[in-house]
Design a binder for this molecule. Sequence first.
Ligand code: ZN
Length: 114
Amino acid sequence: MPKFHMLVTSRNYGCATWYRGEYFVYIPLHALDNGRAEYFDYYAIHEIAHIATYFHYNLIGHNEEFYSIFYSVCPPRYWFWEIDYKPLFAKLLKSAGYIITKEWHYGSWYKTKP
Ligand SMILES: [Zn+2]
C-alpha cells in the first residue's frame, strides 16, 4: 500500500518526491506562517498535482501535462499565484480562452473571452 506524507520544510520552496512507493510533499514553512490559509491550500495543491502528474503521465516538471491536472484541481481564485510563478500557466490559460488582466489578483474573478 503506497504511503503519502505531507511535511513542512524550513527551505524556501516546496517539492514533491517519491521513493519506493512512498510519496512526499514538502510545504515550506512560509506557506503556513503567512496567515493566509488559502496560500497553504494553493501550495499543497501545486505539490500534489506533481504527484498526480507522475501517476497519470510518468512525468515530472511544470509541463502541459502538469497544468492539465493543476487546472482541474486548483480553484480558479488561487490561479494568480501560479500565473505569477510560472509563465507557461498563463500561456495555457490564454490559449484556453482566458484573458489575463490586472484583475487576476486575490479576491477577484477571472474573465473568459466573449
Ligand atoms: Zn512545482
